[in-house]
Every structure is written in C-alpha cells, then in structure tokens.
Design a protein around this ligand. Sequence first.
Ligand code: GLY
Length: 370
Amino acid sequence: LIQVKLQVVNGSEIYKNEMLKYPVLLGDHAWIVIEKFLQELPGYESIFILTDHHTRDLCLPVLFRKAPFLRERPVYSIPPGESSKELRIVEGLLMWLINSGAMKNSLLVNLGGGVVSDIGGFAAATLKRGISYVNIPTSLIGQADAAIGGKTGVNISGIKNQVGVFYDPLAVFILPEFLVTLPERHVMSGNAEIIKSAVLAGGTNWEILKKANLRERSTLPGLIKNTVDFKCSVVARDPLENHERKMLNFGHTIGHALESFSNENGKEGLLHGEAVAAGMICEAFISTETCGLPANVTDEITRIILDNSRLEKLDAGFIDYFHVLMDHDKKMTPAGVGFSLIENPGMPCLEKIVSRKTIRDSFLFYNKTM
Ligand code: GLY
C-alpha cells in the first residue's frame, strides 16, 4: 500500500517519506534531523521564522529549546486564523523580510498551521522570485494536509485560495508533540482531513480508520502517518493538480463555500476542517446520487464524521446563497463546478457536474442527520 522508510537516527525512530522532491519527516524525534538538516544546507546563514501569535507563545519556545541554533533568528508573528490569509498580511511579512535583510539565499521557517504555511510559502515563492522555506506544522490540519504538497496562497474578498502558487518547501518536519497544546476544537477540525484521506485511500487505511478512536490522542501519530503517506503518493503522481490530485478536494467544494459564508465580514465562523466535515457529508450524498456510492457507505462515512466532528445544522442563508459562492470556486468550468466525488472508498469520481437540485437535496440530507 504505502512505502515509508523508517530511519533510526541516534537510536530514535523517525519516519521519512521520500516520495516527493523534498523529505517529509514524522516523529517526535524529528528534532534530531531538523537542526542537522538546516545546518547542513549550504549558505543559509540568514534564517527567518514565521509564527502566528498562538504558535509564537506555545510552539516557538519548544522550537528554541529543541533546536537552540535557531534561537537568535528573527521572528515575525501574524494574528491567528483564516482572516490572516490576506494579501495585506503577505505584504507585511515581505516588507519585514526585506527590511530585516532577507536575501535570495535566505530561508523561511514556517512554524504554525495551514494559514502560516500558506502565507509563509506564498511570501517565500514571491520574495526575489523565490527563496527557500521549510514547514514545521503545528496543527492537525497542517500536519495531516496543508504543510505537504506545495500549495500556498491567500483568500480574496472572502473567497478561499483565489490567489496562490504551487511552491515546494525544502522539507516538512512533523512533530506530533505540538498537538499537545492544540485546543480540542482544532483537533476535531483536523479529524476531517484524516477521515477524507482514509475514504480516498480505501483498503487498509479505510479499515484502520473505521476501527480507530480519533478522540484518543495517542492514535493520532499513526493516523497522521497514513494520511501523510497517502497525500505524498497522490501529490507525487500529480503535483500541480491536473488530474489525480483533484480527488483531495472531496468535501471541499461545498466545504469551501460554507467556510467562506460562515467567516464573511470578519465573523468568527467555522474552522476549515469543520466546513470540510460538513462538506463531506453533503458530497457523500451527492456521490450516491451521481457516482453510485452505495447508500450504506454514505451512512457509514456520515456516522464517522458525526462521531468525530463538531457540526451544526446549515444556515438557511447558506442554502440560498451557496451557488453565488461556488461560482468563484477554482474548480469552476464553463459547464459548472466540477465536484471531486467518490464511487466507493478508494475509488474517486472526478470532475462531476452536479445539478443545483442535487446540491440542495444534499443540504437537506445533511440537516436531517443533525
Ligand atoms: N489540500 C488538498 C491539496 O493539497 O491538494
């Protein structure tokens, strides 16, 4: 199923995925390689660190303790949350990097969740037409999904990920110990990407997920490993999302519209994973209507999502206005939005144009499960 190399460094186990052009290292002992990796990079004397205010307070002291040679490096911190995924925040970061003397051979260390890696990766991609960066994801969403695959960018006018580039990090270091300080709501939100990955992988991953207790934090590192390996295998085959990688958008067409709607005008709305969890229930229903996903599997997926997520009924306003938001979806084609659905666990059903009636019915299905 999955090819993972287990490295033993100084007697400690570190999983190393080498399917991409850059290594993805996983394990609480990945500290051992971070310092070595960064010190051995040629010509990166000038290293800068990006955090958000939460990871600055909770994760940066851990980074400094475990990798002391990073201690004197300049740190830039952005406000936490999706509202920071804006061009003005990238501009602030770029100005700071330039004023702090960043050069073409500088390195940016992104210490944070998906917002930090999206913003930091985008700034790294554009500063002097591209400097290097590494991701040290600290949230479950970041560790299981966002930090891997080189997607960077920002939202525009509240529409998710309208502007961005694919730009690969030099390495990704996943340290599950950061999850200890993650609030329960954010862990539950991250479960969505783990469930999505297992549904898309099918086979053993799906069987493991069905039996797993996601509320037990000690099960997370093993599930993150499976999720990371599956994502790396998909991204390795289709890095720029021309075909196969589209499957990773399962739950995201409705999820992104819901996330944008709930966070409109600076409101503190749904977290990314919460919106994707709701989106996956709707899109499992649509998969049954459109791709023949057996109804009992839709029910099984729905039950697992409901058991492991914090969800509420859909707002009537969303049901009325979802199509306006979806018109901006990046998967839009002249025929309509191409949904990434499933025929069965492990069997994607891609680029499906879905009628407005079926989408509306999926919202009714979702609300009935609440
Ligand atoms: N988050 C989905 C992807 O990276 O393609």
